[in-house]
Ligand binder design. Structure first.
Ligand code: MRU
Length: 337
C-alpha cells in the first residue's frame, strides 16, 4: 500500500500547547486551520462541526482533556462538557472514558498527552488494518457507493469506509467510486469528493436520491459506509440516509459493508433502538451555503443519523477482524462484554 499517495491528510494536529484543526465547515472552498487554545474551544469545534466524524471527535476530545490538564482546569467539569458536545458517536464517550481511567489512576498532564497521542496513533493503525481487511472482501473491478465522509478528515488519517475504498483502489479491486452528497450538511459533496480528487481516485458525485437508480444499473457491487455507534447486536447508527441505502442495496442484491474501529462498538447498548439520534438545528435544512432555499415560515425536522438493522449488513469490518452477517453472538465473540 502506497501510504505516501493515499494517506496524506492530517486534520487534527497536536501542537504541544494547543490543538490545530482543519476547519471542515469551510472545505473545499478554503483550507483554514483553527487553533484551539483550551478545552472549551475544542468542545465548541465539536458542536459546530469544525471537527466531525466519529473517530476524529473522540481524538479531539482526548486532546481537550490533555490540554485542560496542562492548564490546571477542573478535569471532571471538562470531561462532562466534552461528553455533552454530541450524543450519537460513541467514540467521543469511549475516548473520554479512556482518559478518565488514566486520570483515576493518577496520570499527570504529560501522561494524559501520551494517552491522547496513543488514541490518535491507534486510530490510524486501525484504519490501515481495516483497509486491508475490507478491500479483501471486494472482487476485482468493482464499483462502490459511499455515504457521508469517512476519510482522513473524519479520523486520525486514511479513513474507515474511505480507507477500505483507498485500499480497494490501490489493490485493483475497485474501479469506480460513487459518493452521495449527504444532505443537508453535504459531507459527501464537500469533504469526500475533496479527498477523492486530491488522491486522484476515479470518483463521481451523485445526488442522494440517485442511489436506487445507480444500484439498479449494476454499476456498484458494494455500498461501504462508516459508523457512529455499533450496538451489541450489530445494529449500526451512521449518517442519515444510510438506512435507506441498506434497504435499497438489499433489494438490488448489492452488498453492504460497515467499516469502523472497535472504538465505535458499544457493547453496553443492546440494540439500535437504544441509540440516541442527534437532532440538529432545522436551519441546516432550510438553507444551502448560508443561502435560504425554503420559504420563510417553513419548519423542518433534522435528525442527522439513522440506524441500519444488523440484518441488512453483510459485513462489519473492524481492526479486530470481519464479522459477516452480524448478530449478537458474533459480536459477543469478537468484542466480549
Ligand atoms: O455528523 P458527522 O459529520 O460527524 O457524521 C459523520 C458520519 O456520520 C460518518 O459517516 C461517521 O462518523 C463515520 S466516520 C469515520
Amino acid at each position: 500500500m502506497d501510504y505516501d499517495r493515499y494517506d496524506r491528510i492530517r486534520a487534527v494536529q497536536w501542537q504541544g500547547d494547543h490543538l490545530r484543526l482543519l476547519d471542515q465547515r469551510l472545505l473545499p472552498r478554503e483550507e483554514r486551520w483553527i487553533d484551539c487554545a483550551d478545552a472549551s474551544h475544542i468542545t465548541q469545534a465539536i458542536k459546530d462541526l469544525a471537527v466531525r466524524g466519529a473517530p476524529a471527535i473522540g481524538i479531539a476530545a482526548a486532546w481537550g482533556v490533555a490540554l485542560a490538564a496542562k492548564q490546571g482546569e477542573p478535569l471532571d467539569e471538562v470531561l462532562a462538557t466534552l461528553r455533552a458536545a454530541r450524543p450519537t458517536a460513541v467514540n467521543l464517550m469511549w475516548a473520554l472514558d479512556r482518559m478518565k481511567k488514566r486520570i483515576a489512576a493518577g496520570a499527570d498532564a504529560e501522561a494524559l498527552v501520551r494517552e491522547a497521542q496513543a488514541i490518535q496513533d491507534e486510530d490510524l493503525a486501525a484504519n490501515r488494518k481495516m483497509g486491508e481487511l475490507g478491500a479483501a472482501l471486494i472482487r476485482a473491478h468493482s464499483g462502490v457507493l459511499t455515504h457521508c465522509n469517512t476519510g482522513s478528515l473524519a479520523t486520525a488519517g486514511f479513513g474507515t469506509a474511505l480507507g477500505v475504498i483507498r485500499a480497494g483502489v490501490a489493490m485493483g479491486r475497485i474501479d469506480h467510486v460513487y459518493a452521495g452528497e449527504t444532505r443537508p450538511w453535504q459531507q459527501g459533496a464537500r469533504l469526500t469528493m475533496w479527498e477523492l480528487v486530491r488522491d486522484g481516485l476515479p470518483a463521481q458525485l451523485i445526488a442522494d436520491s440517485a442511489a436506487a437508480h445507480l444500484m439498479k444499473s449494476g454499476a456498484v457491487q458494494w455500498v461501504i459506509v462508516g459508523a457512529d455507534r455499533i450496538a451489541a447486536n450489530g445494529d449500526t447508527a451512521n449518517k442519515i440516509g444510510t438506512y435507506q441505502l441498506a434497504i435499497t442495496a438489499k433489494y438490488h442484491g448489492v452488498k453492504f459493508m460497515v467499516a469502523a474501529p472497535s472504538s465505535t462498538v458499544d457493547m453496553a447498548t443492546g440494540t439500535g433502538e437504544e441509540i440516541e439520534i442527534e437532532l440538529r438545528d432545522p436551519a441546516e435544512l432550510l438553507s444551502i451555503g448560508g443561502q435560504r432555499t425554503v420559504v420563510e415560515g417553513a419548519q423542518a425536522w433534522n435528525p442527522v443519523f439513522d440506524v441500519t438493522p444488523a440484518e441488512l449488513i453483510d459485513a462489519i469490518v473492524t481492526e479486530r477482524g470481519v464479522i459477516e452477517r452480524p448478530n449478537s453472538i458474533a459480536m459477543q465473540a469478537m468484542f466480549g462484554w
